[in-house]
Write a protein of this length. Structure first.
Lengths: 109, 117
């Protein structure tokens, strides 16, 4: 099976930087995804890492260390609209994405 | 604007009734997923199809749930009989696997919010 752990909740203020961690245990690893989900809406894709290192996309960056089974999502210059759940998901070869339970981020002014 | 379309968006039904949820994947996507989301369990994979063939439905209670793809433009998820514990949001997603132009793996529909009373 796959164990995917991420904090349940985090809080931050506008303009700040926040890092959401995700650890996983799986065999046949084939990539790690981050999705954003606003309340009452569908998850939407944010980032994908399959090799070690940092992928940057605007205010959002994602890091992966395969040897440590560890990833993080870094959100810079936080805005109120970034308040949402952030879902870490692991892909094994030949199977569908398996999701963690998500981290609910609350951004206050 | 390509998107995954799910119907109905909301469904309230009585325990014991049959429920059918429908999904139209993005045109050209050959991989379809059904997920269920609850507060307690998060997003759980129920079933996974590629080229209309089921690849993994191990997450689905077989005695009451069934998933099919009658054609490439329609996926269905049925619950019969429904129970209160089935109350959840059911998401359909579609994608293309890596090597066929895919990367993001899953584009999600807006979900069907099911309430069984």
């Amino acid at each position: 099976g796959q164990n995917i752990d991420q904090p349940t909740e985090m809080t931050a203020t506008e303009g700040a930087i926040v890092q959401i961690n995700c650890t996983y245990q799986t065999s046949g690893f084939n990539g790690l995804f981050w999705y954003q989900q606003h309340a009452g809406e569908a998850p939407t894709f944010l980032s994908y890492n399959v090799l070690d290192g940092l992928e940057e996309k605007g205010r959002f960056s994602s890091f992966l260390s395969r040897s440590k089974g560890y990833s993080y999502l870094l959100l810079k210059e936080l805005q109120m609209k970034d308040s949402a759940s952030y879902l870490c998901a692991v892909k094994k070869a030949g199977t569908a994405l398996i999701f963690g339970k998500g981290t609910t981020l609350s951004v206050s002014s | 604007d390509a998107r995954v379309t799910q119907t109905p968006r909301h469904k309230v039904t009585e325990m014991g009734q049959e429920v059918t949820m429908r999904c139209q994947p993005i045109l050209g996507h050959n991989t379809v997923f059904w997920y269920r989301q609850t507060m307690m369990q998060g997003l759980e994979l129920l079933a996974y199809f590629r080229n209309r063939a089921p690849l993994d439905d191990s997450g689905m209670p077989k005695d009451r749930f069934s998933a099919e793809m009658p054609d490439a433009t329609l996926a269905t998820l049925k619950i019969q009989p429904s129970e209160p514990r089935d109350s959840a949001v059911y998401f359909c997603a579609s994608g293309l696997p890596p090597g066929q132009g895919g990367n993001t793996e899953a584009f999600f529909g807006q979900g069907t919010r099911l309430t069984v009373v």
